[in-house]
Write a new protein. Structure first.
Length: 394
């Protein structure tokens, strides 16, 4: 299937426009990485504390951020996750302790920040633990159980927590919702009215990633990217010529730099899934470059009297339909993932969207001109042209 027949676009004639485009975005990305946002590593890499919240109503991100600032959590990052109707928010606190007490520290800081109108002397039932509910009931003893209090109030506390978490997803709108709930004694319900109130949120979970683990992940991610580039260099060097491998590696480095630069410019976290996407686009870009290189090698044998620049142009035009078809379909798929995949996949899909566009562009605008520029340099130096007929065949 071909979209174009006998197309003859002078791609190499526009190489300076391509170079200007690449320089602008590459330099902007480098400046952002070095001086502005740096590489905005996600919690997987830099370490930190993640707090998962669920709200009774649709949360106001600005109000949450203002509450965090008042509580002294100025570096907190707030993002939605899950279905919008679930009213779920992820807060990255940046607390980097690795001991278990940091779990309670993160949870307590969030509760302290968001519970702005807590009634004096009352506990928040939406964030009360099983033990705190049991201790309250043991102290009040509303059922007058006597010696059997521990067993009785353990069951009552568990019933309250199950009703809150399993029936209402962790968030009660009012204490009256527990009236008539299975397993909860009316005397317990009446007593809890005096000692508890309900906020509009619930802390669902707290996770910690230690900075040492994050450092190891950063090193491994960098090595994975480096090894993939070296593998491509060796493969293309043996299959074609070393200049082909060098051109492909430079192209992939260009694609990776621009992709990471966009994440830095937009201050979007680079997570493990983003690294996976970058490694994926390295393979995708390399595959597209090999298709163009393979056609160049075939045309060199058929067009022995033509200049290399003309051969390269012809090769790019001949593979243009294939490039647009494969890249276009792939781009539509990852674009749908970006638009409808939700917050959890946002970084991964964003990296793929950028990578598909830049990878397709660079196979035409970066890799091929490097090959021609190297050939022209060898001719000027009076050396044997490696990419033309008469060079060593592989």
């Amino acid at each position: 299937m071909e979209f174009f027949h006998n197309v003859n676009i002078d791609f190499l004639g526009k190489k300076w426009y391509f170079l200007a485009f690449s320089l602008i975005f590459s330099v902007a990305g480098v400046f952002s990485i070095l001086f502005w946002h740096h590489i905005p590593w996600g919690v997987d890499f830099r370490g930190g504390t993640l707090v998962y919240l669920k709200f009774a109503q649709s949360p106001d991100d600005n109000a949450i951020r203002a509450a965090m600032d008042r509580a002294g959590l100025h570096d907190a990052k707030i993002q939605r996750y899950g279905q919008p109707s679930n009213n779920e928010v992820l807060v990255d606190l940046g607390i980097r302790e690795t001991n278990e007490t940091a779990l309670d520290v993160g949870k307590n800081k969030i509760i302290e920040a968001l519970e702005t109108n807590a009634p004096a002397g009352k506990q928040d039932l939406n964030n009360a633990s099983l033990l705190s509910i049991k201790n309250y009931l043991m102290d009040k003893d509303p059922m007058h159980t006597g010696s059997d209090a521990d067993k009785t109030y353990s069951a009552q506390s568990q019933a309250v927590v199950n009703f809150r978490d399993k029936t209402h997803g962790g968030v009660l709108n009012s204490l009256d919702q527990m009236k008539g709930a299975a397993g909860i004694d009316p005397a317990v319900m009446a007593s809890m009215q005096d000692g508890f109130y309900v906020s509009n949120f619930h802390v669902q979970n707290v996770e910690i990633v230690g900075p040492q683990v994050g450092g190891q992940l950063r090193t491994q991610a960098g090595l994975a990217t480096l090894y993939s580039m070296l593998g491509m260099l060796v493969y293309l060097g043996f299959r074609f010529e070393w200049i082909y491998g060098i051109a492909a590696v430079v192209t992939v480095f260009h694609d990776t730099l621009i992709t990471v630069g966009v994440f830095s410019l937009t201050n979007t976290d680079v997570s493990l899934t983003v690294i996976a996407a970058i490694l994926t686009l390295i393979g995708y870009s390399n595959n597209d470059t090999i298709v163009v290189f393979d056609r160049i090698r075939e045309n060199i044998k058929l067009m022995r009297r033509e200049k290399l620049s003309e051969i390269v142009n012809r090769s790019i035009n001949q593979t243009l339909s294939r490039t647009i078809l494969t890249a276009g379909l792939t781009f539509l798929t990852v674009l749908a993932l970006f638009l409808f995949g939700g917050e959890v996949l946002r970084g991964f899909s964003l990296a793929l969207v950028i990578g598909i566009l830049i990878g397709t562009y660079s196979s035409i605008a970066i890799a091929a001109p490097i090959l021609v520029a190297y050939q022209d340099w060898r001719v000027e130096k009076g050396k044997r042209p490696v990419a033309m007929p008469g060079s060593k065949a592989r």
